[in-house]
Design a protein around this ligand. Structure first.
Ligand code: HEM
Ligand code: HEM
Length: 219
């Protein structure tokens, strides 16, 4: 069947910029956080770098928050809320990831339908890490919760979350046709469209009355 490939800009420059910063900041904070907890000899220096990463992360959260409320299209947070109509695509995505890419990959425009709510939660988890990190050196207990434990536990959860995310996007890229990983770098995803489905022949509907073909009226 005849097919057409369209290259469409789905990720704006600002969204890609916040993704790049958040990747760098989170990896830096996981590494320095691990050193703080496990390597007393470098813990002090690691904490300094951890605070440096904190400024980067807060900057990314602020820009992404602005885009989420005042941006356009895929940038807006309401776009990341799951809708009932997407349930079949959510189910199909889950099957795709669990079958290591053997089940078919569904179609979507920007955020994967299964992941989009998880991305929103991930931004909230990063905000919670920033809040507890900022609070815990002066006030380690809040509502009976020991904040350093909460901070360390949430950071471990984020590490698992990010590992699952990277597994899923690489699988999407390897098995799918949309070039998802380079899309997060250059902004464009590829969409394959059936030409037959795109261009429908416009057949005019003609109705003729018997009177119209009266031979006496023909010349
Ligand atoms: C610390 C590591 C990472 C974090 C915290 C992270 C976080 C995120 C977040 C929050 C989004 C949603 C974008 C938005 O804000 O609307 C996203 C999307 C995406 N990320 Fe990452 N990311 C990480 C690493 C990576 C890496 C290493 C890659 C490439 C191999 C990658 C590729 C993508 C792609 C392709 C999407 C769009 C995927 C889709 O919805 O189908 N990410 N990431
Ligand atoms: C953005 C603002 C953040 C601030 C201000 C902050 C601050 C801190 C502070 C003060 C500590 C305790 C150091 C000590 O015990 O003396 C800490 C530990 C830690 N942080 Fe953060 N943090 C932030 C974000 C993050 C993020 C985003 C992650 C990971 C994704 C992370 C992972 C960790 C880990 C793993 C530890 C060690 C916990 C332990 O001792 O088991 N932090 N952070």
């Amino acid at each position: 069947m005849a097919q057409q490939i369209r290259r469409v800009l789905v990720w704006s420059g600002w969204l890609r910029f916040t993704h790049g910063i958040v990747v760098f900041a989170v990896l830096l904070m996981l590494a320095t956080g691990w050193l703080i907890g496990h390597s007393p000899t470098v813990a002090e220096d690691a904490l300094e770098v951890h605070y440096l990463g904190a400024s980067l992360l807060l900057f990314a959260i602020a820009v992404r928050g602005f885009l989420g409320f005042f941006g356009k299209g895929a940038e807006r947070f309401e776009h990341m809320l799951p809708r009932a109509a997407e349930l079949p695509a959510i189910r199909a995505s889950l099957l795709f990831y669990l079958s290591l890419g053997k089940a078919p990959l569904p179609n979507w425009f920007s955020h994967n339908p299964l992941w989009k709510a998880l991305y929103l939660l991930l931004w909230l988890a990063l905000l919670a890490l920033a809040f507890t990190g900022w609070l815990m050196s002066g006030r380690p207990i809040l509502f009976g919760i020991y904040l350093p434990h909460f901070h360390g536990g949430l950071a471990t959860l984020v590490a698992v979350w990010v590992a699952a995310h990277v597994y899923c996007v690489i699988l999407q890229d390897v098995k799918g046709d949309n070039a998802d990983v380079s899309a997060m770098l250059n902004g464009n995803r590829y969409f394959t469209i059936d030409k037959a489905g795109l261009v429908k022949p416009d057949v005019p509907q003609v109705s003729i009355k018997l009177d119209d073909i009266d031979p006496s009226k023909r010349r």
